[in-house]
Design a binder for this molecule. Sequence first.
Ligand SMILES: Cc1ncc(COP(=O)(O)O)c(C=O)c1O
Length: 369
Amino acid sequence: MSVEMSKPVPRPGILDIAAYVPGKEHAPGVARVYKLSSNETPLGASPKAIEAFKAAAGNLERYPDGQALELREAIASVHGLNPANILCGNGSDELLGLLCHVYLGAGDEGIITEHGFLVYKIQIMGAGATPVMVKEKDHTVDVDAILAAVTDKTKVVFIANPGNPTGTYIPVSEIRRLQAGLPKHVILVLDAAYAEYVRRNDYEAGIEVVSSNANVVMTRTFSKVYGLAALRVGWMYAPAEIIDALNRVRGPFNMNAPAIAAGAAAIRDQSFVQEAVSFNQMWIEKLTSAFEAIGLKVTPSVANFVLIHFPDIDGKRAAEADEFLTSRGYILRAVRGYGFPNSLRMSIGPEEANLGVIEALGEFMGRKA
Ligand SMILES: Cc1ncc(COP(=O)(O)O)c(C=O)c1O
């Protein structure tokens, strides 16, 4: 007989979870606010996606296609994949959670890295398992540190490639080395939320590694370069057995119909993506050199944001910079929770916001930008 309690009590460990805190949105009293705190695109969504979204408004009384076939086929055709190996989710966040709930339980361990995306830890703990955090090297995932942390209890390894909030990446040769060093039953999750932005010859999001191994999955999102964060569209490319397991427990209609339609239209519009990537590349370079010129350190980024490190000097620290920028309408992301107490992450914004932050930080540092 179970012990009676005076009120409903969550499973052990749930109340130890620190809930995810999204990027700030408001700057009280400031007329023009630029939100540069959630790595959203400044360029919006493809007009074709918006059109598809509006068209879906005519059929809101109907359930969506529970298989999200139109979207899976569009993704498959753009990336050259088999739609049977694709699972769509309400944002990639949902897929990360599903993986944990299906493959982790009490007594299991999930490996995450020092500056890794906070959702991994939340979902590992939500499944009743234990997160094991390993060090990064120069703000970059360290394959040897991950392999050294594997135990009999390890079931899943999460890496974001590129990382958030670091913006760094590891080459595909390192991903292969990591896969080769893991036991065959351990799932390697390659979270490639920012893959579209990367312009490096030695980078691969993970398609080839997933295709040739039974224990690797890749997650992707429409929230960044495709500009559909509001609709919550993510997808996973994975071996059939993993897709099958997740399909058994996901919500039967986890993707809503406007999201399916807009996502499919968005991914078919690759010229829109190319423009967004070029815009991003230009500003990553400009912002990095402008911030370095005023005495700030910037972690080299291949994504759509930069991690800016402040000096350990009274009046010049990240918290003070955050306040200064917010008072001028520029909202960046404090990254204390990611192990960077004296840094801010800035998403690439529209031109006027990028120029505004350069000028404001120049003033903050007492240096002409
Ligand atoms: C590394 C990483 N993974 C996943 C996500 C979540 O993406 P989605 O909006 O698809 O849930 C983000 C969003 O910030 C991210 O930075």
